[in-house]
Design a protein around this ligand. Sequence first.
Ligand SMILES: Nc1ncnc2c1ncn2[C@@H]1O[C@H](COP(=O)(O)OP(=O)(O)OP(=O)(O)O)[C@@H](O)[C@H]1O
Ligand SMILES: [Mg+2]
Length: 435
Amino acid sequence: MISTGIVCIGLLIFNWQMGLALLWVAPVSFAIVLCSRKWQQKLGKRHMEARIELAEGIQECLETVQDIKACNQEEAYLKKLDAKMDAAEKAQISSELTTASLITTGQMFLRLGLATVIIVGNSLVMKNQTDIFTYILFLIAASRLYDPLSGAMSNMAELFGVSLQVKRLKEIEEYPDEKGEKDISTNGYDITFDHVKFSYEKNKPVLRDVSFTAKQGQVTALVGPSGGGKSTVAKLAAKFYPLDGGKILLGGKDIEPLDSTMLMKNFSIVFQDVVLFNNTIMENIRVGRKNATDEEVIAAAKAAMCDEFINRLPQGYQTVIGENGSTLSGGECQRLSIARALLKDAPVILLDEATASLDVDNETEIQNAISRLVKGKTVLVIAHRMRTIEAADQIVVLADGIVAEKGNHETLMEKRGLYRKLVDLQTESVNWKLS
Ligand SMILES: Nc1ncnc2c1ncn2[C@@H]1O[C@H](COP(=O)(O)OP(=O)(O)OP(=O)(O)O)[C@@H](O)[C@H]1O
Ligand SMILES: [Mg+2]
């Protein structure tokens, strides 16, 4: 652009009439491409959105292929995916065709300059206002000058497209970083919920008013109907979401202003939905504590009853387990996740249905491992099987976003409230028979 600009200025100084005849087309051609910028970007954005939707569709299809097949929804689902593919294709064609037509129009217009050089040059030579040498010089310039200008025009259109993507990246980049106090010295590790209110979506409160204290050195169990907010309570304790009202204290200190990463050092968490990485078993457990030695990893695996099934695998601890543990059973994934939490050995332990997909034998052994681990720690456990929490020091019953009852097993059984009902229902279901 710079060298072409210098040549243009030189030509204008050399002979302004011929220079104008040569260059008047350039601003008009650029104006055609520039003025259509909004239009090009609108189509480019539509193309990008269609592509994102298609990518999400393919991802969803891959993740849910088992359920789609199990529900005989293959045909209907693929039809929808086809429609998304068509939409992306159409959006791409219309975006690229429009841009290409506009650029070609601009470039064609540029070539008109050659005609004006011939007309103006001819008439100037006839009138003897310029010599034939200058005329030929400008004809050569016309044949050489338009190529870099055409190139610049295509690059400009390309930049419009890129600017859309840059904008999208900036949106991600400018997402505010979570900041907080790095110093998180607390006085012990009691967790206190103080009139906590919380909702994922506006006007749909999940927790309306929840207050309880999970004491250090004790096991606090959360029970209640499905959807009552138990997992939410565990996530809030680790500051996964900001509250709508009330406070959560760790060792008497409000966790709201604290830095999440530092806070997380105090938590060992086993979530309801286990996440494993496509890596070896050894590394998957080591996620709990990066600098743990192989011996420590194996000790944690033994405590979480993983050792036996790991040794059955072809490469033992070095076996790669596939995306999210796709080559393992649900119970095995859960045990790996428990091993990871045992390895981290943090002062606060959150177990969300940690033993839900284990058989009774394993469950008891893991319960033993956990009870060894929990000495002196704050443990918040969410269990669906009432039997596993009978020995908890405190049981908090969550229903409809409030604490319906709290106490230990005996007092709650005597109270004959919601807890008793849940226990009785489960005892009944154990005696169910298929007939
Ligand atoms: N990420 C989310 N976005 C919006 N709503 C959510 C989200 N997670 C949970 N919910 C809603 O919040 C409510 C409480 O969910 P939560 O997972 O805490 O229940 P739960 O007591 O753990 O249930 P379960 O016993 O089935 O695990 C439910 O009504 C659920 O639909
Ligand atoms: Mg849950």
